[in-house]
Design a protein around this ligand. Structure first.
Ligand code: MSP
Length: 520
């Protein structure tokens, strides 16, 4: 068994009622960057993602499409599986809530909660939003001025529901939840979201309806198959199913539970930070260590919506800019926990200035000079000047700073920190002018070029979580051993040795030429 520290990270599982969009891609990429970062930092990572396939919303959409729910789910789940491949997501498992293993897990959790005395049968009369698969109290709803209709705070429709239902005694958990938030300030991140949850819970919790009888697309309630489980109770359990629950003695569960972090969007905080911990407390299971809620992606300053026609498809972006470029843009433009704005012109500027002119140019001009002027062999790094060691030290000392920012999901700051090195390296090469040294001091020219190549090696290693394919090309070009590409290898001890035969380098980040009128 590995002696690495386990690290378990999950995304929300997506509803299969429509095609994946940029918001889903953003969450996947954000979580993937963290998973890859942790692997490179020496952790034993388990990364889970998947699809949420039950509930009224999916059942209705399947019906509209003239399909049986399972057939419909099978089709749409494939588009999500494909999206992960297209985005080069490094998930270790993909869970679908219609799988057998998940039925077992959800039923077991239900029984544990029931045995704890926290489930009772009654009838529900109240408002439900199918779009959000959530119950709303009268006081939470607003009234549409034009139509007089009641709407949720997120502006989705509600319908009145009256049916027999099992309830979870959520009200009994108010104080325990508040005590948990107090004792574990890191549980809900960022802090702004934490405050939001605390004030919601302080406002009072009502018992939660956790079963439905008016449709049957769900997991049957144990010992009463007139009812199906409320889709959120079913869905949240996925995080445990994938690692072996209900077998709590299984290797996976023992190793990876409690999860280190659930990465979710800000719209589903209540389910993850109130309902989920309360279910687990009731069942006597440890709570996840953290829920990190990211912001939403807007396009050209507006919420993405089909009616506005501004929904950006992740595959279009990949086609237009390239995969790693798409990953880079999403990580760079959106700051931790806040809403982010995507515009084509901003993306284009970033890609050309940071990747083509910044990093790409640095690698290309140094490696092609080595190829042309040093017999395609890595020159020796000797008699180093202060400027040489300063640049190398910048590389060798940066990981703790990156780790600090990454742990808070501040990947834009991680990239800013890395780009300080890119700028310093470009300033160094301009200052040292190896093209002039070529005529005056060939040995010194070699030293300068190999200092840059060593810088490229370090940059290639630290940028792998963001741009895995391009970094692989960069690292192959400078001859880095496949087994020496972890963060611990960013040190002088593993520096490039001289004599390595450099292949004719090819530009990794070409300049992107797109006419302005493509800016949708
Ligand atoms: N099925 C539930 C989650 C269950 S988790 C046990 C769900 N699905 S979803 O398909 O609507 O959303 C999946 C994830 O994508 C959520 O974390 C959601 O916040 C996120 N996003 C959906 N639209 C988004 C944006 N426009 N921007 C960023 N993320 C967004 O909720």
């Amino acid at each position: 068994m590995s002696n690495k520290t386990p690290y378990y990270i999950t995304t929300a599982i997506s509803y299969v009622n429509g095609a994946p969009h940029l918001g889903h891609a953003y969450e996947d990429i954000l979580t993937d960057i963290m998973a890859r970062f942790k692997r490179l930092d020496g952790f034993d990572v388990m990364f889970l993602t998947g699809t949420d396939e039950h509930g009224q919303k999916v059942a209705k959409t399947a019906e509209k499409n003239g399909k049986a729910p399972q057939e419909f789910c099978d089709e749409i789940a494939q588009t999500f599986i494909q999206l992960k491949k297209d985005l080069n997501i490094s998930n270790d498992d993909f869970i679908r809530t219609t799988e057998n293993r998940h039925y077992e897990a959800a039923k077991d959790l239900w029984l544990k909660i029931k045995n704890a005395g926290d489930i009772y049968l009654d009838s529900y009369a109240g408002w439900y939003s199918t779009r959000e698969e959530a119950f709303f109290s009268e006081k939470e709803l607003k009234v549409d001025e034009k139509t007089g209709e009641k709407r949720t705070p997120n502006d989705t429709e509600v319908e009145w529901m009256e049916e027999s239902s099992y309830f979870f005694k959520l009200s009994a958990y108010q104080d325990k939840l508040l005590a948990h938030y107090e004792a574990h300030p890191e549980f809900i991140q960022p802090a702004s979201r934490r405050n939001e949850v605390i004030s919601f819970v302080k406002g009072g919790l009502e018992d939660l309806s956790i079963s439905r009888t008016t449709f049957n697309w769900g997991i049957p309630v144990p010992e009463d198959d007139e009812h199906v489980m409320y889709v959120w109770l079913d869905a949240l359990t996925n995080y445990m199913t994938a690692i072996g629950y209900p077998d709590i003695e299984s290797e996976g569960f023992k190793k990876y539970w409690p999860a280190d972090v659930h990465v979710i969007g800000k719209d589903i905080i209540r389910f993850h930070c109130v309902f989920w911990p309360a279910f687990l407390m009731s069942a006597g299971i440890d709570l996840p260590k953290q829920v990190f809620a990211h912001g939403f992606i807007n396009v050209d300053g507006q919420k993405m919506s089909k009616s506005l026609g501004n929904v950006v498809s992740p595959t279009d972006l990949i086609e237009k800019y390239g995969l790693d470029q798409t990953r880079y843009i999403l990580a760079r433009e959106i700051s931790h926990g806040e809403d982010g704005n995507f515009t084509y012109s901003q993306a284009l500027n970033r890609l050309n200035s940071d990747l083509a002119n910044g990093l790409g140019n640095l690698a290309q001009r140094s490696l092609s000079m080595i190829y042309k002027n040093c017999d395609a062999k890595m020159p020796a790094r000797e008699n180093l000047t202060e400027q040489d060691t300063e640049l190398l030290e910048m590389c060798y000392s940066v990981i703790p700073k990156l780790r600090d920012e990454a742990d808070k999901f501040r990947f834009n700051r991680v990239l800013e920190e890395i780009w300080r090195i890119v700028y310093a390296a470009n300033a160094y090469i301009d200052d040292q002018a190896p093209w002039t040294l070529k005529k005056t001091d060939h040995v010194r020219m070699g030293v300068v070029l190999s200092v840059i190549a060593e810088t490229v090696r370090c940059l290639g290693i630290m940028l792998q979580p963001f741009m895995p394919q391009s970094c692989k090309i960069l690292l192959d070009q400078v001859g880095v051993d496949e087994n020496q590409r972890e963060f611990s290898h960013i040190s002088g001890k593993y520096a490039l040795s001289d004599g390595y035969e450099v292949e004719k380098p090819e530009g990794v980040f070409p300049r992107i030429q797109i006419e302005e009128d493509n800016d949708a």
